[in-house]
Design a protein around this ligand. Structure first.
Ligand code: FDA
Length: 394
């Protein structure tokens, strides 16, 4: 039987980072993944440029049963620490918006950096290798069934991610390992995912497919000022992906298409200044033309001069522009979700090390844990930070 000090299950962001750190300490490390290549989600992330971290920090940027759980790891290995690694590897990067850092070149540079660091630390990598049961060995440590036979290890780091994008190899494997050791797993659901609408809504939405607009999308007190995008199935774009992590079935979301603007006052002023112009022309100063036309039609305005549009109609239009209530019926699900909300219950883990309470030597890192970040690099930072802390002790 092959024996190592640390076996890492999953060669994604969190697993590779944990392996590098354990290897740095002189541990014999083996990483096993059923995919044909390591770090596939890194490779496709950020539109191929990998939004590898975010300079922002705050407990409100993470969701889960106990968002504070993430803070210990995030403070010990910070965005600045990861940036230092990227700089040392000579990878050029830029800030796009809202603290989001992307590679200037390709996401593959991040994968290559991690693979290079693993090789330098002597980490062994088995790709295209299945994983089976994990059990405690009679003489201490663990035994892990793999497609290449049983592997004995003093420590096991579970880094098999969540359920998002099964086509890319995502499985619920990590949750099964947790359950096999009696560790609780919170309810999982797709997050950072486009929202879908019922047919009657899609009837008017479909013609808008491809239209993007800046706005504020909110659910209760939580809101995001970013772009939203109409699609053939409903709504997408950063603001909608963000709110999808908070939205629940049956609820409405609120879309403000002109945040900070008194739209009623704006429309009245337009009517006075250019009464011969159509309402959609005034709206077109705030919104893409197709959307302006739709809102004009939905308000029952005839398309004639604004001077003929009554105050009640203007107020109705203003209310729609500033507080459009839309009721999604679902989401596109794990097929397109960027992350999985929920996972291994943080109550069962030590936040300083990611070790399972009551199962010494068993660690869970990255997305498999019930810690989910906002869009914008927070999920990779969680993968680096949680992988790093486990790698210091496993
Ligand atoms: P990850 O999913 O990366 O790795 C898990 C590994 O385990 C995979 O290699 C998988 O093959 C393997 N595995 C799973 N089940 C297995 C089994 N049964 N047997 C063997 N191996 C198994 N985040 C961000 O911060 N910035 C960004 O730009 C993006 N962009 C982005 C785009 C898209 C399209 C997606 C889907 C996601 C993102 N994300 C993101 C989210 C980010 O990719 C995600 O949070 C991290 O990849 C999670 O890292 P992990 O290592 O935990 O899991």
């Amino acid at each position: 039987m092959k024996r190592v000090d640390v076996i890492v299950l999953g060669a994604g962001a969190a697993g590779m980072f944990a392996a590098i750190e354990a290897g740095r300490r002189g541990r014999r490390v083996l990483v096993v993944d059923h995919a044909a290549a390591a770090g596939e989600k890194i490779r496709i992330s950020g539109g191929g440029r990998c939004n590898f971290t975010n300079t922002g920090f705050g407990v409100e940027r993470f969701l889960g049963k106990n968002p504070r759980f993430a803070l210990s790891a995030l403070r010990r290995f910070t965005a600045q620490d990861f940036i230092a690694r990227v700089d040392a590897a000579g990878i050029a990067w830029h800030e796009k918006t809202l603290g989001q850092l992307f590679c200037d070149g390709s996401a593959k540079q991040i994968v290559d950096m991690l693979l290079g660091d693993m090789a330098r630390r002597g980490v062994e990598l088995w790709l295209g290798c299945t994983l089976g049961a994990v059990r405690q060995a009679a003489g201490g440590g663990f035994e892990v069934e793999t497609g290449r036979g049983v592997v004995g290890a003093a420590s096991v780091i579970v880094a098999t991610g969540g359920k998002s994008i099964p086509k890319m190899g995502a499985t619920g494997y990590g949750y099964q390992v947790a359950a096999a050791f009696g560790l609780p797993v919170t309810e999982t659901r797709p997050a950072l995912v486009p929202l879908t609408f019922a047919e009657q809504e899609l009837d008017w939405m479909r013609p808008l497919a491809g239209v993007a607009v800046q706005g504020r999308v909110s659910r209760g007190k939580t809101g995001f000022d970013e772009a939203l995008l109409f699609t053939h199935r409903g709504l997408s774009g950063p603001a909608v992906l963000q709110i999808s992590s908070y939205w629940r079935e049956g609820e409405a979301i609120r879309v403000d298409l002109a945040p900070g603007l008194d739209v009623a006052a704006f429309l009245r002023a337009e009517k006075q200044a250019a009464g011969r112009a159509a309402l959609r022309t005034a709206l077109g100063k705030l919104l893409p033309e197709k959307l302006a036309r739709l809102i004009e039609a939905q308000a029952g305005a005839t398309g004639g001069p604004m001077a003929e549009v009554g105050r009640a109609v203007l107020d109705r239009v203003a209310a729609q522009v500033s507080g459009w209530e839309l009721r999604p019926v679902g989401s596109e699900g794990y097929r397109t979700a960027e992350v999985t909300l929920g996972g291994v219950d943080t109550e069962a883990l030590d936040g300083r090390t990611m070790e399972a309470k009551g199962v010494p030597g068993l660690y869970f890192v990255g997305e498999v844990v019930d810690v989910t970040g906002w869009l914008g690099g927070y999920n990779f930072q969680w993968a680096w930070s949680s992988g790093w802390v486990a790698g210091q002790v496993a």
